[in-house]
Design a protein around this ligand. Sequence first.
Ligand code: XCC
Ligand code: SF4
Length: 630
Amino acid sequence: MSEFKLTTVEEFEAATARLLETGAKVGADAWQFRVKNQTPHCKFGEEGVCCRICTMGPCRITKKAPRGICGCDVHGIVGRNYLKFTAGGSATHSDHGREICHTLYESAADGCYKVKDPDKLIRIAKEWGIETEGKDIYDLAHEVAETGLMEYGKPFGTQRFLKRAPESQQELWEKNELAPRAIDREVSCSLHMSHMGCSSKPEALVKQAIRAGLSDGWGGSMMGTEFSDVLFGTPKPIETEANLGVMVEDNVNIVVHGHDPSLSEMICEFADDPEMIAYAKEQGAKGITVSGVCCTSNEVAMRRGIPMAGNFLQQENVVLTGACEAIVVDVQCIFPALGPLSKCFHTKFITTSPIAQMPDSEFIRFDAHTAGEKAKLIVRTAIENFKNRKPELVHIPQLKQKATVGYSTEAIVKALDGVTNSQVDELGTTKPLLECITSGVLRGAVAMVGCNNPRVRPDLAHIELMKKLVANDIIIIASGCSAQAAAKAGLMDKRAKDVCGAGLKRVCELADIPPVLHMGSCVDISRMLVLAATLAKDAGLHISQLPVVGCAPEWMSEKAVSIGNYVIGSGIDTFLGVDPYACGSSEMVEILTNGTKEWVEAAFTVEKDIEKLGDAMIAKIEEKRAALGI
Ligand code: XCC
Ligand code: SF4
């Protein structure tokens, strides 16, 4: 085995610089240049003090003009903007969840989509009080899917999955009117509250932001995760690789990008088809390589070991390799830049969802009924494009790392059972993990999530923070582009145990895990909620008492704000490296960083200095340990 060494951000950057040289040859634009054109950013926008929700404005708050034309002050404006931002994220995650519910509804024994994890389906049905006895599994799938879909619009009651939380958490939600009702209602209500002439009281706006966030985390996202598992299998540890070097020069390269696994699962299926591989060979390639970007990539990495070409800010790089026959996208986080960029190369930019339609793309509409034939068409299109490559433009940076991924909550519980000899019941027990934490072998856990962002040096905060935390015996669970940053660096290689403190290293050896556990895509942050809830229940604690914090050091999207709201809303202190356009209001800052503790026992910390951010997380974890007397 070759010697193990983490890849540095400098190495990522050198690879990117080389790709930008290719770009320059063909006149390609890239985000690196657009950032320059957009700098300096609008100060009013950055501080969240610009309001354009009615045409009396736009109004921007300054010393000279402390109120908008309607009389709204800065706190109301920042608060409304914050709530709208959250609603956008909650809607997006939840609509993804809804699509998955529909896919589950369309599943059939002879259909494109089948039930791969019937046990999980039955477990959820029982949890929801749906009769399972003697039912055909597809009848049950339809019934569960329909019940799930009702969660979006039911007139009465709150989200079913809230029952998974410890009682203490549920009480807090009830008491503070934070328990999310129908998902669509929370999104609509947020838009209603932030309409001209409705709420301008920051407390009310933040409370609703938390409720809308919770409807995402414990509603839309959780259904997205659970039903994806039912359809495509609950992830188990699996080997894969990460970074651009996973693309293979001699093969047809298909890159999947976006979030909904329904598309990418099918693409992977057909890329494996011997008939397709033979066709690729006929066209002069040696085979077919599917790799991924963003959360679609995380989904197929977790379940199939499909390699991860990169995270968010690497999406242009895959095209710049000159070796990408097709970049196939579904929804979310897709740069519209991919259209014009693909035109500079032979790459086909294929959009598939009516929700994400873009200029300069080929639209091959994907739906549950025709998924098979459409996937086949896409794979075939990519294969036939191989011959159009311009060999002089081909350069794939030879950077990649091995990664063990696939750590669903179920898989983590199972893996950690190797550490002690506790009995495991059907679902496993978190006792061994709790013992590691109580004894101090592990000091705690950090959920590292979210995007990378040109506002900071991309990937640096993710990687540096993880290195610092694992060296301090803090285990990391990661998702989204943060997980991919870790994988690219090598932190998901089991050999990364050597950069850990002695306690975590021992746990990694005994349980045979890497120190950073890949929990999946961003909707899979719901897995983290379930894990935290289970740990708290098993320990007889509030979630807020666990030595666990969340961190999104480079986040950028509306979805990330929704996530932040549901993570603090679930009692987990959350550390951000990018300000959510809230710093223009002292009252909003106070509520978000302190005031929310009164309702949910957790709050945000915003800190742009990476060292200080890491220190603050460690201090928080130690503070929680001290409070527990461990
Ligand atoms: Fe998108 Fe989920 Fe952010 Fe990555 S981490 S840039 S939201 S892909 Ni969710
Ligand atoms: Fe200006 Fe008030 Fe209209 Fe906002 S709602 S644009 S602050 S007048």
